[in-house]
Design a protein around this ligand. Structure first.
Ligand SMILES: NC(=O)C1=CN([C@@H]2O[C@H](COP(=O)(O)OP(=O)(O)OC[C@H]3O[C@@H](n4cnc5c(N)ncnc54)[C@H](OP(=O)(O)O)[C@@H]3O)[C@@H](O)[C@H]2O)C=CC1
Ligand SMILES: Cc1cn([C@H]2C[C@H](O)[C@@H](COP(=O)(O)OP(=O)(O)O[C@H]3O[C@@H](C)C(=O)[C@@H](O)[C@H]3O)O2)c(=O)[nH]c1=O
Ligand SMILES: [Mg+2]
Length: 297
């Protein structure tokens, strides 16, 4: 079985290079080998490789930049995904794709279900929702995995930003009224491989699934946890956990509005696969330890 991984150099893509290996003959391409902005090239590439499984970890993820660069965000997050879905439908391939908590408006008091109404508040979220729709409406075999607040010891993410800023600055103000589940790229890639194996055995069906770590916190809570762990590991910080100031969203204005509640209910996927998704702190500790030389416990 040929597996084609797109976006191999992103946070999730890097981890998928490891977890997809036992599932088949893997071809992993980054932006150089497969530019999702070039739809004609993408089409040719799919015809050449004829993969049995396409895993798309590439995306336009710059949430604030998307507000003024909507054309590019839609080309990568929706039009390229339409090309993948059309190919999967015609060839019978399985398409595995990722989406986001930002498809919701964040006003629900409880974690969001797959069946809840979507209402994205920013361009990134709307472009990702259009990508989901392209897949689900194509009726190709697909696993669309919505996740949230992705971090890893590699790439660009909030955990690494906090460690950098805490080394550079005296005191940091962090938003404390947006709640979500920080999810490691490692966990996403591990569960993706399990889901593909289960799909092949017809244990799980095509469709939309929420995939995040268990538990939840705010960005402030995440930053505190990260800086506490880093300090315990002996990292030299100018701002420790007690130097963080919790603020409201209004005090940290950004171009793109973010949902207040980003929590996703993961019972559909965890029940189907028989998994107990770990608390977000387990992988957060691992990432901080990798970045600050501590022991993972
Ligand atoms: N990051 C997060 O917090 C969340 C992510 N998701 C979703 O999870 C998936 C994986 O995200 P994650 O790994 O975190 O994202 P990253 O931003 O770490 O990686 C995305 C990758 O896509 C690549 N890419 C961007 N544009 C193109 C293009 N035109 N052609 C080819 N490759 C391109 C990027 O390359 P380059 O670096 O060169 O731009 C990068 O390697 C995405 O679908 C994302 O929407 C969902 C919820 C939260
Ligand atoms: C750097 C910084 C950020 N913040 C706030 C801004 C924002 O509300 C929050 C997170 O900032 P970020 O820009 O890292 O987060 P953002 O890029 O919005 O993260 C999102 O990325 C996309 C791709 C997703 O799909 C989402 O699930 C989510 O992970 O932290 C502070 O309050 N203080 C700070 O010093
Ligand atoms: Mg960001």
């Amino acid at each position: 079985m040929n597996i084609l991984l797109l976006g191999k150099d992103g946070q999730v893509g890097r981890e998928l290079q490891r977890t997809l290996l036992p599932l088949g003959r893997l071809t992993a391409l980054g932006r150089k080998g497969a530019d999702l902005g070039d739809l004609a090239h993408l089409q040719n590439l799919l015809q050449t490789h004829h993969p049995g499984i396409i895993v798309n970890a590439a995306a336009y993820t710059a949430v604030d930049r998307a507000e003024t660069d909507a054309d590019t965000a839609y080309r990568i997050n929706a039009e390229a995904v339409q090309v993948l879905a059309d190919h999967a439908w015609r060839s019978g391939a399985l398409l595995v794709h990722y989406s986001t908590d930002y498809v919701f408006d964040g006003t629900k008091a409880q974690p969001y279900l797959e069946t809840d109404e979507t209402r994205p508040q920013n361009v990134y979220g709307r472009s990702k929702l259009a990508g989901e729709a392209a897949i689900l409406e194509s009726r190709c075999a697909a696993l669309v995995l919505r996740t949230s607040w992705v971090f890893s010891s590699q790439g660009n993410n909030f955990v690494k930003t906090m460690l950098r800023l805490a080394r550079e600055r005296d005191g940091l103000s962090i938003v404390d009224d947006q709640t979500g589940a920080p999810t490691s790229a490692e966990l996403i890639a591990d569960v993706t491989a399990l889901a593909i194996a289960a799909w092949r055995k017809e244990i799980i069906a095509s469709g939309l699934y929420h995939l995040t770590a268990a538990g939840s916190t705010t960005w402030y809570g995440l930053a505190r946890h990260v800086l506490q762990r880093a300090q315990d590991n002996g990292a030299k910080l100018r701002t420790g956990p007690d130097g963080l100031r919790p603020i409201g969203t209004a005090e940290y204005p950004l171009p793109a509005p973010r949902p207040k509640n980003s929590c996703l209910d993961t019972s559909k996927l965890s029940t189907a696969l028989g998994l107990q998704l770990p608390d977000w702190t387990a992988h957060a500790n691992r990432a901080v330890d990798q970045l600050t030389g501590g022991d993972s416990r």
